[in-house]
Every structure is written in C-alpha cells, then in structure tokens.
Design a protein around this ligand. Structure first.
Ligand SMILES: Cc1cc2nc3c(=O)[nH]c(=O)nc-3n(C[C@H](O)[C@H](O)[C@H](O)COP(=O)(O)OP(=O)(O)OC[C@H]3O[C@@H](n4cnc5c(N)ncnc54)[C@H](O)[C@@H]3O)c2cc1C
Length: 379
C-alpha cells in the first residue's frame, strides 16, 4: 500500500457500492484505495464455488440480480455475463406449496376453488371487507383489511411474526403499504424486472473485474477506524459501513434486524431455488437450494447433491451482521443526528452504500446510487 496521502479517494467497503464508485473514479484517472475489514471482496453479495459440488454459495443470503434500470444493466453487464434464471418462489403452508406473491393459483389452491380472475378479485375484496377495518391500527389489521382473514393467516401472520420476532399486532400498519396480489397465473417473483439473472462466474468475480485497474489498490482485513486519523484532510473518504459504529455509538445504536444461516450439504433437494415457510412451527423463514440458480450449468443442477441453507431471522445486537435497517421516524431522527455528527468530526467523509445510507437497497439501487455519487464527484 502506498502512503495514504497519494490517494485522492479512500473507500471503506468493497461491496457493490464501493466497487462501483472506485471503478468510475479510476476510469477518470483518479488514484483510489479500497479497503474492507472482511477477508474477501464483494460485501454482502460475496459468493464462492464449493470445490466438491461446484455449487455457488451466497454467503450472506441468496442474491438474484434484477432491475428495471437500463443504466444499471448496461453498466453491470460490462463486468459479468448473466444467465437466464427467472426467480419464482413457493411458500409452504400446512405441508402444501403455494405460489408467492399471491396469485390466482394461490387463491384457488387455498380456498379449493376454480375462480377466474374477475371472480377472484371480487371474492378477495369481499373477504377483506368482511373484516370491517377502515382505519387499520397495526400490521395485522392492515393485512386483514387488504386480503381478508384466510389469506392473511395463511401467508402473512406467522411469516411476519418470525421475520420480526413479535406478534404482527405489535408492528406498525405502515410497514405494509400493500400486498401484491395478482389475479393471473404469472408466478414470476420480480414481475416488473426488465432484466434479471445470476452472474455466470459468481458475484465476487463482478467486483474483482470492477477493481481491475492500475489506479485502484485494494486491501482486505483493514478497518477504516484503524487508519482514519492518518488520512489527510484533502483525501475524500467514502464510508460504506455503519455510522453509529464509526462514531463509537455516541448517540446510541441504530436498530437493525439480523439473520442466521444454517447450511447443509445433502442429497435432499428442494427441486427449486427457494421455499418460504409460512407456518409458526417451522422457526426459519426460507430454505435456499443454491444450485438452482445455476441454470447455465445443468451438470451442477442435475447432480445428486445440494447445498441447502436455512435462513433464521434474528434480533440484532451491537456487533452482529446488520442485514435490514429498521426504518421508522425514531431511527431516521437518530440517523440524521449521526449524519450531522459525522460531518462535524470528519468533514472529508461521505456516507455511502446501504449501511452508510441506512436504507434497504437492492443491488441495482446500490449501483445506481454509486453511479450518481461518482458523477457528482467527477463533475
Ligand atoms: C439477506 C439478503 C438478501 C438479499 N438479496 C438480494 C437480492 O436477491 N437481490 C438484490 O438486488 N439485492 C439483494 N439484497 C441487497 C444487497 O445485499 C445489497 O444491495 C448490496 O449488498 C449493497 O451493497 P453495498 O456495497 O451497499 O453494501 P455491502 O455489500 O454491505 O458492503 C459494505 C462493505 O463495507 C465493509 N465495511 C463496513 N464497515 C467497515 C469498516 N469500518 N472498515 C472497512 N470496511 C467496512 C463491509 O465489510 C462490507 O464489505 C439482499 C440483502 C440481504 C440482507
């Protein structure tokens, strides 16, 4: 690593956000240092090939790339080729599988009917109206008012309770603006995605390719906190980590939800990439069978072995992996106080990425925000 003063930009976080900003800045002749405290590149999209089965394991949870933004697709496809995987999800309820999001088949299977689309639409509206809820006060009331009791209790109630480790009656109605119900047989999960797929060479390779520029130096296993006081004032720091952590939790801990993954190499298979578990007696929310993402490699999909990964929602404690920000008025106010404090303490620091922005961003939004930041810095 060169002396810190030789870099115009130092980026803490080698995820998609940090890598995109680094690639753009270096493409315009700037010297950039990218560090990450983990021992690998790619942040939460990191994946690796299991040597025995050749199955690509998504270490921090299944990732399916999808976007409606041509700008993002045109950019990311410079660094990878995607396969033709189209995501679909089934949910298990009382031992039976139902398409998710709820569609015409889900409704007919649950009610044992054979309704056509207009009849089903009218039926669900009547079921919802039966609840008589006009001003929902919590998540449960909102769910009931949108789809009625049977659909709510089958697919939302217990799944949501597991996700948040609490009764949905304790959750705000605002979490649930709508429930996507499709009165058609379309079972694509990302119905509006113009582009989707899985990178043929894995996610980590995308980031490796992005950082392949002589003007970019990359160092792993370094926490920005250990070098931040040595960074010159005229070097811009782009920090993609948690702001409360950087500032030693001076104002308190920002709330997150976490996850725990349990992995098993087995000859059992799901027969598809993911199954959601809607019932309370199964403590995890999803099982992933990673090999089904490799639609471009039939020899991997058709082998007898699978790597199954069960996903358990978990309460977040300081120091855990922060997966989902808990965005509400209170946490937003605390975040804004941290933003102000960061400005005061580190005037040369820009917050970026999903953690720095304290937002849930899909991969395409992380890239879009990074492209926008790079344009701003270069203008
Ligand atoms: C379970 C799960 C599933 C998801 N599935 C999908 C999906 O299917 N499709 C989709 O589009 N999106 C998905 N996402 C979202 C996706 O993971 C994010 O959009 C993406 O990871 C954001 O990239 P990032 O660079 O902003 O953050 P990250 O990938 O989190 O990168 C931040 C990096 O900063 C590093 N860092 C933090 N603090 C420091 C420090 N102090 N010093 C040095 N380095 C530091 C971290 O180690 C990390 O590598 C999913 C998210 C989750 C939680």
């Amino acid at each position: 690593m060169k002396e810190l003063k030789s870099y115009k930009y130092i980026i803490a976080g080698a995820g998609l956000f940090g890598a995109t900003v680094a690639e753009r800045l270096a493409s315009q002749g700037h010297q950039v240092l990218v560090i990450d405290r983990r021992n690998h590149l790619a942040g939460n999209v990191y994946s690796y090939t299991d040597p025995a089965t050749k199955i690509e394991v998504h270490k921090y949870g299944s990732h399916i790339f999808h976007t409606e933004m041509d700008e993002v697709w045109d950019y990311i496809t410079r660094f990878t080729e995607f396969n033709d995987y189209v995501h679909t999800v089934n949910t298990r309820h009382n031992g039976r599988l139902y398409p998710m999001p709820i569609n015409l088949d889900t409704i007919n299977l649950l009610y044992g009917t054979d309704m056509d689309a207009p009849t089903a639409e009218k039926f669900v509206a009547e079921e919802a109206a039966k609840e008589g809820i006009t001003d929902p006060q919590n998540f449960e009331e909102k769910g009931l008012s949108l789809v009625g009791r049977k659909l709510y209790e089958a697919f939302l109630k217990n799944y949501t309770a597991k996700q948040w480790s609490t009764d949905p009656k304790n959750l705000s109605a605002s979490i649930l603006s709508r429930i996507p119900v499709r009165f058609s047989h379309d079972n694509r999960y990302f119905i509006t995605a113009k582009h989707q797929g899985i990178p043929k060479a894995g996610y980590t390779k995308i980031v490796e390719n992005m950082l392949k520029n002589d003007l970019i130096d990359t160092k792993l296993n370094i926490d920005i906190k250990t070098i931040i006081s040595d960074i010159p004032a005229d070097t811009t720091i782009i920090y993609c980590g948690q702001i409360d952590e950087l500032l030693d939790y001076e104002l308190g801990v920002l709330p997150y939800r976490s996850l725990r993954f349990e992995q098993e190499v087995t000859t059992k298979t799901l027969g598809e990439a993911v199954i959601n578990e809607a019932d309370a007696n199964i403590p995890y929310t999803r099982t992933h069978d990673y090999k089904y993402y490799q639609s471009h490699q039939p020899e991997v999909v058709n082998q007898p072995q699978s790597i199954l990964c069960r996903e358990y929602p978990a309460d977040f404690q300081k120091g855990d992996e922060a997966y989902y920000p808990v965005n509400n008025d209170e946490s937003e106010a605390l975040y804004q106080q941290y933003v102000a404090l960061a400005k005061e303490k580190y005037p040369n620091l820009i917050l970026g990425g999903r953690l720095g922005a304290y937002r849930y961003w899909d991969m395409d939004l992380a890239i879009k925000n990074a492209l926008d930041l790079a344009s701003k810095l270069l203008s």
